[in-house]
Design a protein around this ligand. Structure first.
Ligand code: ADP
Ligand code: ZN
Length: 729
């Protein structure tokens, strides 16, 4: 690779992860350094991690410039990674320091000293019981046998390292040498290959030709759930491995990894590397290093895996590419799907976007010929798409605390008789979305957000789904102080499970909702149990819509198909269409044909009708026309500006000023709308308003946005976040 070398004392520009947003000049250390080197540099009184970004600017008194302290023992950052971070930062309007933080999430990277030892729970109790010592032990207990570095441990416990060392002396905490990072077992591309169907062979051949080309290209792999998309893209991975290149597969949900890992193992004879929040620190460090050194051929990961330092990446698969969890909504606002395409285009890799219900952006890109498209039209083997029907709820006379219609009840009863499974789908966690006082009409809300508290009987608390704050269910109404009149209104999955248990007292009811499971492992166990026939009725939120395979499941009942269609979001139709098709796709994945019944109050709604008819192309064309007419993505460009403050006046004042001083936007033909209360108007005590910027396709929006926002100073409590391509508009 062509990188510049800097002689000792020569000026280099170093990017740090500190929020300065500027490359700082230092003198190259003794021995010199290359561009991309990870280094330790002085910053004020501290030593911080940085990357040599390029030559220094040197437009100041050179004698005052400090020296790089040392070059760290880590693979230098590749220039393509530097280019990726710069482009991604420019696109999302994210400061480079924040981009660098994404790329340096390897534990111990800035602190190799502390990585030599790791700490875990030992035996016995300390001779003296202090608060600090108790905190250390509590942190280690929480880790459940996993180990931490000295820095991690003392930081998390809020103690000095001497407290930890004291506990080590007594054997209460064990100190061990970090295991050497070892390469992952080799994957064999020709191990366990399946016999593919003709359709699948044609599809995988197209993907493989792409991988062989060694050029950038993106392919939409579209196929109904159960058509074998995974089998097909694993063939592309195999081809990539044969070429000696690395492959990355992104999954939207950690809960899906366990099943996926077994499939990879069956196909390639060994497990790949994993990268997500459930992976231990030492393992993460190993993955980060091995990805950089070529000792990991394949990575299964969450969106942050895109920022791993791949040595020779040939293929990125984004599975369930339409999934909204690919959009990071905190910190750096990026969409992993788009970033995958960006990264691949820089290094000349292939991208496969797999979905049964692609998002409109992807569909439009394929339609316009920017992406290739490969279709799998039928389910594998005898499985066929379920028969889908609407249940018109207007004809039902259900009491106010019942949600399962007669027809649905009958269908479930039949499945129980046949020893088949039914899934009742409701995308609402908890027991009841609203708790109302029957005496005064007061609804219990969150003290910090504009959101109603949701009763969770399982947790025995009220929970705010916005900020996560909880409180016990009060005995008396907080407003009128009358006792015993608080009542649940509307169903959540817990309440639905209660109804199912009453209707079918002898059935085994399993509830699958994210807050029911303490860990990904517990969820995995339950999913396996259900797959093996351990339940008759499954009650679930959208967690079940994502990719699980339940062979005995032949009936899907959607409790409220209209739920997602409320509200003014232009993406509501697309979301509902995707979710309903996904959920319905859970039924009849094995030999037995499936049925999906959707309870709705508006059976003639165009979206409901296209869900039932399965006329996807028709649906996309109609949606595309609406978006085109509205000039919104993918036929126009958009950005959201979220302003927030504890002071509501302050946010609106700034919002109004920004709306008025919009010259930089108008110059490029962009328009600003708002300020209006943000989709969530108050979170954690902060008031939020949103401005939406809309521009014709092809506008260079980011430079105009930068110029526009630079006119304003963020005073007091004010904060601003820029969201390019917002999820809702
Ligand atoms: P999708 O990813 O489209 O939902 P999968 O790849 O998960 O579909 O395939 C659905 C099921 O069918 C899986 O259990 C898979 O192992 C099986 N399957 C698909 N194609 C084949 C094949 N050619 N040979 C054997 N099993 C297959
Ligand atoms: Zn809240």
């Amino acid at each position: 690779m062509d990188r510049s070398f800097f002689q000792p004392g020569e000026l280099v520009g170093v990017l740090t992860a500190q929020p300065l947003d500027r490359v700082l000049d230092y003198k190259a250390p003794d021995g010199g350094c290359f561009t991309g080197a990870f280094v330790e540099v002085p910053l004020g009184p501290r030593k911080v991690l940085g990357v040599v970004w390029g030559p220094g600017k040197g437009d100041w008194d050179i004698s005052k410039v400090r020296s790089v302290i040392r070059v760290l023992d880590a693979q230098p950052m590749r220039d393509e990674m530097q280019a990726f971070l710069e482009k991604a930062g420019a696109y999302t309007l994210t400061p480079m320091s924040a981009m660098l933080r994404l790329a340096t999430r390897a534990p111990g990277l800035g602190d190799p000293q502390s990585m030599r030892k790791i700490y875990r729970l030992g035996e016995g109790t300390p001779d003296r019981d202090t608060d600090a010592r108790r905190r250390v032990l509590a942190v280690l207990k929480d880790m459940g046998g996993l180990s931490l570095t000295l820095n991690e441990l003392s930081e998390q416990a809020g103690v000095t390292s001497s407290v930890v060392k004291g506990l080590v002396k007594q054997g209460v905490v064990r100190e061990e040498n970090t295991p050497r990072d070892t390469a992952f077992p080799r994957l064999d591309p020709d191990f366990g290959a399946k016999d593919l169907t003709e359709d699948q062979i044609a599809a995988s051949a197209k993907l493989c030709v792409g991988v062989q080309s060694g050029d950038y290209g993106t392919t939409l792999l579209k196929g109904v759930t159960g058509s074998g998309k995974t089998e097909v893209y694993l063939e592309a991975v195999a081809e990539c491995l044969r070429q000696g290149k690395q492959a990355l597969v992104l999954l939207p949900e950690i809960a899906l990894t366990a099943e996926f890992l077994s499939r990879v193992q069956a196909r390639f004879g060994a497990f790949p590397a994993e990268w997500h929040s459930g992976v231990t620190m030492t393992e993460r460090r190993r993955v980060w290093r091995m990805v950089g050194e070529g000792g990991a051929q394949m990575v299964i990961g969450a969106r942050s895996a895109l920022f791993l330092p791949f040595q020779n990446l040939g293929l990125i698969v984004v599975d369930e590419e339409h999934d909204t969890s690919y959009k990071q909504e905190d910190g750096v606002l990026y969409n992993a799907r788009d970033m995958a395409v960006l990264r691949a285009s820089i290094i000349g890799a292939r991208v496969v976007l797999a979905s049964a219900t692609p998002c409109l952006e992807t569909w439009a890109n394929a339609d316009a010929g920017k992406y290739d498209r490969v279709d799998l039209t039928s389910r594998f083997g005898p499985a066929v798409m379920p028969d889908m029907r609407a249940l018109d709820m207007r004809a039902e006379k259900l009491p106010g605390n019942r949600w399962i219609s007669e027809a649905l009840r009958g269908a479930v009863a039949t499945r129980i008789e046949r020893q088949e499974q039914s899934l009742l789908f409701l995308n609402r966690r908890g027991y009841a979305p609203v708790t109302i006082c029957r005496a005064c009409g007061h609804q219990i809300g969150c003290d910090h957000c504009d959101a109603r508290m949701v009763e969770h009987r399982f947790l025995k608390r009220l929970v705010c789904h916005q900020c996560g704050k909880t409180k016990p269910m009060p005995e008396v109404c907080p407003k009128c102080e009358v006792e015993g009149r608080l009542a649940p209104v509307g169903p959540g999955v817990e309440r639905l499970a209660e109804e199912a248990t009453e209707l079918f007292p002898n059935a085994r009811v399993a509830l699958l909702s994210s807050d029911m499971f303490g860990s990904a492992r517990a969820l995995k166990v339950e999913i396996e149990n259900i797959a093996n026939g351990g339940a008759d009725i499954i009650i679930g939120t959208q967690l079940v819509a994502k990719g699980h395979n339940f062979p005995l499941l032949t009936l899907v009942g959607v409790i409220d198909a209209d739920l997602g269609l409320q509200g003014s979001d232009l993406r509501a139709a697309e979301r509902t269409f995707q979710l309903m098709r996904q959920v319905a796709g859970r039924a009849g994945r094995a030999e037995k044909p499936g049925t999906a019944l959707m309870q709705t109050y508006q059976p003639e709604h165009p979206v409901i009708r296209s869900i039932l008819s399965g006329d996807e192309e028709g649906f996309w064309r109609a949606e595309a026309e609406e978006r085109r007419a509205a000039g919104v993505p993918p036929y126009g460009r958009m950005a959201g500006i979220i302003l927030s403050s504890t002071d509501v006046q302050e946010v609106f004042d700034l919002g109004n000023a920004m709306a008025r001083q919009d010259a930089p936007l108008r110059r490029v033909g962009a328009q600003v709308f708002g300020p209006a209360p943000a989709p969530i108007a108050r979170v954690r005590g902060r008031h939020r308003v949103r401005l939406l910027v809309k521009a014709p396709k092809g506008t260079a929006l980011q430079p105009a946005l930068s110029e526009w926002v630079a006119q304003f100073r963020l005073k007091g409590q004010l904060r601003m976040a820029i969201d390019i391509d917002p999820q809702s508009f």
